[in-house]
Each structure stands twice: as structure tokens, then as C-alpha cells.
Design a protein around this ligand. Structure first.
Ligand code: AMP
Length: 204
């Protein structure tokens, strides 16, 4: 099953992807994680991408599409995949149509106020786990014990910019995929469990 997770930053796509990849047995492909890994390794792509990410802007389409195109060629994508954070623009969606077919686009429907609060309190571990300060007071990761950090792009001003970019460039993808009959709307205002249950009921 080839699935796109579509929604504003902070809508919970990453948290759901972690659960859905085990449930469906397909890999989780996150362009944001791919960029962060390149940044940590100080690769050429990482250094280039960081200059956009730190401002809350999108990394240019050509670089982003190439990362996804290469990843989709890998063996573990043969039986399906979960795309998280890609596509984020109409040109990326058009490029994806030339690479593979999509079965479902899960559209995370959530109040803007909620995502701003979620991102502002988000704490991240280098292992990929994320927490929220309201439910996790320890500065350390429960899974691996490493120290949690605030992503540079989870700072207030950058969050506002990311939301504006989402509204202008990414939200039009809902109509793009609705026109293709692929969209499943999911209420993402609830808990991680509630949203997960809603998804697996709708995506068979
Ligand atoms: P994320 O972890 O998905 O919120 O991504 C973090 C940042 O990486 C975004 O704010 C963008 O700057 C960049 N990024 C991730 N995915 C894409 C994409 N599909 N196109 C362009 N930039 C992206």
C-alpha cells in the first residue's frame, strides 16, 4: 500500500507514521528526517538544506524529489511505503506521479491553534522519538536515554513561517489529490491512539 501522510507541521504525521509502519509492515519515508540526518552528517545536501530549514522555508523541489526518487527504488519499498512530509508542493506531487502510484492520501485535519501549541512544546531526540513538555517532563529520551532538544525550526518565529508556507504551498495538495479520489480525511485533534484508530478503520 502506497500512502501519503498530508497535514500541517505538528499535525502528528511522524507519530502516526511510527505506528503505521509496524501495523502495515511498510517503511516510513520522512524527507524531514532525511534532511536532518544529512545535516547531522554535514553532507553537501545537509549544508544546503539547513539554510532553508532554519528559516522555515521549503528545500527546493529538485533536491527533495531526488532524495525521494532514490529512496523509492530501494527494495523495502516494493510492498508499499508511507510518505511523511512529501510531497509538500504541487510540482513535487506532479513529480511523484511520474515515479509511482499512490493508493491513499491521509489528510490530517487539525485546528491551527493546536498545531502551534504542539510544535512549541515539542522535544525531539536524535533517535527520532518526539515528546511534548505537557506530558513528558524529563529532559531525557525514554527509549534511548539521550538528551532531548528543541528543533531549530520548532522555535516560535520559524513555526509561524512554516505554517504560512503550509497554507500557501502545501494545503493546495488536498484539492490536487481530492480531484484524483485519493483523499481520506482524518480528525487529528485527538490523542495519538484516537487518530491511529481512525486511520486504520479508514485505510484497508
Ligand atoms: P518536517 O520534519 O517534515 O517538518 O520537515 C522539516 C523541514 O524540512 C521543513 O520545514 C522543510 O524546510 C524541509 N522539508 C521537509 N520535507 C520537505 C519537502 N517535501 N519539500 C521541501 N522541504 C522539505
Amino acid at each position: 500500500m502506497n500512502i501519503i501522510l498530508l497535514g500541517a507541521p505538528g499535525a502528528g504525521k511522524g507519530s502516526q507514521a511510527t505506528k503505521l509502519k509496524d501495523y502495515y509492515g511498510i517503511p516510513h519515508i520522512s524527507t524531514g528526517d532525511a534532511f536532518r540526518s544529512n545535516i547531522a552528517r554535514k553532507t553537501e545536501i545537509g549544508i544546503y538544506a539547513k539554510s532553508f530549514i532554519d528559516k522555515g522555508q521549503l528545500v527546493p523541489d529538485d533536491v527533495t524529489v531526488k532524495i525521494v526518487a532514490d529512496r523509492l527504488k530501494e527494495d523495502d519499498c516494493k510492498n508499499g511505503f508511507l510518505l511523511d512530509g512529501f510531497p509538500r508542493s504541487i510540482p513535487q506531487a506532479e513529480a511523484l506521479e511520474g515515479l509511482t502510484k499512490i493508493d491513499y492520501v491521509i489528510n490530517f485535519v487539525i485546528d491551527t491553534e493546536k498545531v502551534v501549541a504542539r510544535l512549541g512544546g515539542r522535544r525531539t531526540c536524535s533517535c527520532g522519538e518526539t515528546y511534548h513538555v505537557s506530558t513528558h517532563s524529563s529532559p531525557l529520551c525514554d527509549k534511548c536515554g539521550k538528551e532531548l532538544f528543541i528543533r531549530d525550526d520548532d522555535k516560535d518565529e520559524v513555526i509561524r513561517n512554516r505554517m504560512a508556507v503550509y497554507e500557501k504551498t502545501t494545503a493546495p495538495l488536498v484539492d490536487f489529490y481530492k480531484a484524483r479520489g485519493l483523499v481520506v480525511d482524518v480528525d487529528a485533534n485527538g490523542t495519538i491512539e484516537e487518530t491511529f484508530d481512525a486511520i486504520i478503520k479508514l485505510v484497508k
